[in-house]
Write a protein that binds this ligand. Structure first.
Ligand code: TXA
Ligand code: MG
Length: 334
């Protein structure tokens, strides 16, 4: 099978693609859809057999729960047993947007979605296309990132086609994902409330709305049970060995990477840009965190495509707005 790829950039195309995606989803198929964070591989969240197809296409381990995407608070409330005040406060502040909240699940959500667990992650995404599809279907969509397990998430339709293009019937092209890294995942079933996976919505802005929270660091402590595999180190990785470094100038960079032939190193930098003469490649990244987040995964996909053996990432500032990006760099470096 070769995935049909549908554009959405005129009213007629948008409308036709919504209709086609909804038709396949109603028939229990999986389809790749754009969201503002990364592309998702979606199926009817209320249909266990449809969700099983997501696990098959991604090669996803059954113990990794899937986020349920909704288009509105009412639909979110139907998926959960309680809707506490903190949930409403977070929804008011950040939905639709790149935030997933974890709450006790309702019976309508099948076991396979939550990996058998008692909680479900819910997100109301901001991208207009997936919103229109959810409204047309009138059921929530289970959707992990649309990539094979343990590879870099896709931020455009081409990334999806490259790895899943022969495994799914439809990829909808909704342009470049604007946020570019996965949603922040906030667990509201524990006390204190816990940020399981940082995103572009950061700890400080969450705390401004709901008070003090803790940040999951379980991925760094061996021997604990992982509540959220997104917390595992080495989870969002390019194929190349990835390092995060700081350097002053080209000579300093050469010294710090001398264990590797410079012709094998791909440098991804945003302040100390080296000369591309000595390295396999140099990517120049934006200075501001939002633009950097939007561009990051496309660079990693490009490195994978070029067969880069070593990726050297310039370390990013230790500031709240960079925390989600720093987290992905740390995990890629394992
Ligand atoms: O931005 C995103 O969240 C994207 C788009 C498609 O919405 N989705 C995404 O899904 O990144 P995925 O499956 O690649 O990552 C979901 C993360 C995983 O770390 C998973 O373990 C965690 O959310 N998660 C899902 N349900 C959970 C639950 N009930 N409790 C704890 N963690 C959960
Ligand atoms: Mg993923």
């Amino acid at each position: 099978m070769n995935a049909e790829i549908l554009a959405t950039d005129t009213p007629a195309l948008f409308h036709a693609a919504v209709g086609r995606a909804a038709e396949l989803l109603r028939a229990g198929e999986v389809v790749a859809l754009p969201t503002e964070t990364v592309y998702g591989l979606a199926a009817n969240a209320l249909d266990a057999r449809a969700v099983a197809r997501i696990f098959a296409a991604k090669g996803r381990p059954a113990e990794n729960p899937i986020i349920v995407h909704v288009a509105g608070i009412n639909m979110a409330r139907r998926c959960v047993r309680q809707w506490p005040r903190v949930a409403q406060a977070l929804a008011d502040a950040f939905w639709p947007g790149p935030l997933t909240i974890v709450l006790p699940r309702n019976e309508i959500i099948p076991d396979i979605v939550t990996a058998g667990g008692a909680t479900v992650g819910i997100r109301w995404p901001a991208h207009p296309f997936i919103q229109a599809v959810i409204r047309q279907c009138d059921f929530p969509l289970a959707a992990p990132s649309a990539n094979p397990s343990n590879t870099v998430s896709p931020t455009n339709a081409g990334h999806v086609r490259k790895t899943l293009g022969t495994k799914i019937p439809l990829i909808v092209d909704g342009g470049q994902s604007q946020v570019g890294i996965e949603s922040a995942v906030m667990d509201l079933t524990v006390c204190p409330l816990q940020l399981l996976r940082p995103g572009m919505i950061h700890e400080e802005s969450l705390a401004a709305v709901i008070g003090k929270i803790t940040v999951g660091r379980k991925g760094e402590e061996p021997g604990v049970v992982f509540k959220s595999p997104g917390q595992l180190r080495k989870h969002y990785s390019p194929k190349a060995k990835t390092m995060v470094l700081k350097w002053h100038d080209d000579a300093d960079l050469a010294a710090r990477t001398q264990a590797y032939p410079s012709s094998a190193c791909w440098i991804i930098a945003h302040t100390q840009i080296p000369s591309a003469e000595k390295f396999a490649g140099v990517s120049v990244m934006p200075h501001d965190a939002e633009a950097f987040g939007r561009a990051l995964y496309a660079e990693w996909h490009r490195c994978d495509e070029m067969g880069a053996r070593v990726i050297v990432m310039e370390a990013v500032p230790e500031l709240p707005e960079w925390a989600g990006i720093a987290d992905r760099l740390r995990r890629a470096a394992g």
